[in-house]
Write a protein that binds this ligand. Structure first.
Ligand SMILES: Cc1ncc(COP(=O)(O)O)c(C=O)c1O
Length: 398
């Protein structure tokens, strides 16, 4: 990274987002705007393909190796445990579609979750005769100790797999991943985590959290483009997956026949070992280039530093909103907090109306499932909170 770029990658600086239309962009839990280095990386790949045709491809294969390594270090593992996929959903579908299910297996899911982490399990249940067991994710926010007790009781009755989002997309609750993972291990359950609301803002470590499978997309807290994501598979679990979704790139030496003799065109090559088996066909090089660039920026600051910066921004906004009668869903303990502050407005107007009014005031936020959700990231300056509060006051006074 050049010195000039390093100077711009400062928390609270929007220098790398010169075209961003909103005065305050607090919507990273929805879709992140693309920074200049990300756009440059994307444009370079497009120019290379335009110029080179197929000759652009080897550099992109090499980039994917680098990207797997970057993503692996983000979640505390090795590059060979990472497969690049299109989005979070593709990661969930890949795992749900490749597990060697037994009829009657029980899968523990959570109401309140984003549907990404429900639909594929429902479909697996339909196809394989599984039983879905439901808990309410919000119980872990209201009374975490009681919820964990109930969680363990479910596990004690026999659960094949637990599927949870690291951060709940509505309330921003950071789930007790390490405790859940530990309990899963103790009771012989597998642990699947949807990490898209966490990776890039909350430190993650698949090893200490006993996570067996993790899926994540690029376009929220990783600040990359849409259409690229990754899935982590613990090495011992990768051995057990069935190649139900395998394609030509899932094989070892998949590219050999492209330059080899007629005898190299074979259909009996073994499948790649580990997570790689889940990569099936040609890929999104443009997305990978953008994600590589955005990860570089995030890693140059550090996820823990970003988390602390975002908490300061949210602390200031939360206290001002509480004074005005908003109700906050934020967890009281810093270690249970994510990058999201969700509130209920005091005037009981729908959150979607509030978000629309704030957008007119130049502030981008979201209104998922009735919550008014603020989600800033490293480029948000704490000073901008004052203009959010002024806009809120204007809206309340209408
Ligand atoms: C928890 C969670 N999972 C998944 C998604 C989206 O998944 P995908 O990357 O497949 O679009 C979202 C988007 O808001 C989300 O909040």
């Amino acid at each position: 990274m050049s010195l000039e770029l390093a100077n711009k990658v400062m928390q609270g600086s929007r220098d790398l987002f010169p075209g961003l239309r909103f005065d305050v962009y607090a919507n990273h839990a929805s879709i992140s705007p693309l920074s200049e280095p990300v756009c440059t990386a994307i444009n370079e790949v497009m120019a290379a393909q335009a110029r080179e045709g197929v000759a652009f491809f080897p550099a992109e294969v090499a980039r994917r190796e680098r990207l797997r390594g970057q993503l692996a270090s983000l979640v505390g593992t090795e590059a060979e445990d990472i497969a690049l996929v299109e989005n979070t959903t593709a990661g969930v579908v890949a795992v749900a579609g490749s597990l060697p299910w037994r009829q009657g297996d029980r899968v523990l899911v959570f109401s309140g979750e984003f549907p990404t982490n429900i639909t594929p399990w429902q479909q697996a249940a339909r196809r394989h005769g599984l039983e879905l067991v439901w808990m309410d994710a919000d119980d872990f926010r209201r009374d975490r100790a009681a919820a964990l007790e109930a969680f363990e009781q479910h596990l004690a009755q026999g659960v094949r797999l637990v599927a949870v989002s690291a951060v709940q997309f509505t309330t921003g609750q950071l789930m007790p991943l390490a405790t859940m993972g530990y309990l899963c291990r103790r009771h012989g359950s597998e642990f699947f985590v949807d990490a898209i609301q966490a990776a890039g803002i909350v430190p993650l470590d698949v090893k200490t959290m006993d996570i067996d499978y993790l899926a994540c997309g690029s376009h929220k807290w990783l600040m990359g483009p849409e259409g690229v994501g990754f899935v982590y598979i613990a090495p011992e679990k990768a051995e057990t997956l069935e190649p139900n979704l395998a394609g030509w790139i899932s094989h070892e030496d998949a590219f050999e026949f492209l330059t080899g003799g007629p005898e190299t065109l074979r259909y009996d090559r073994p499948f790649q070992r580990g997570a790689r088996m889940l990569e099936s066909g040609t890929f999104n090089s443009i997305g990978c280039a953008g994600l590589e660039a955005s990860l570089g920026l995030i890693q140059s600051i550090g996820v823990e530093t970003i988390h602390a910066h975002v908490q300061t921004w949210l602390d200031v906004l939360e206290s001002q909103l509480l004074e005005r009668g908003f109700e906050s869903a934020r967890m009281p303990e810093t270690e249970n907090r994510s990058g999201i502050l969700s509130v209920w407005p005091p005037d009981h107007r729908p959150a979607a109306d509030w978000a629309a009014d704030l957008a007119e005031e130049g502030i981008s936020c979201a209104s998922p499932a009735g919550w008014l959700r603020f989600a800033p990231h490293w480029p948000n300056a704490v000073e901008e909170v004052a203009s959010v509060v002024q806009a809120v006051d204007r809206i309340l006074a209408r």
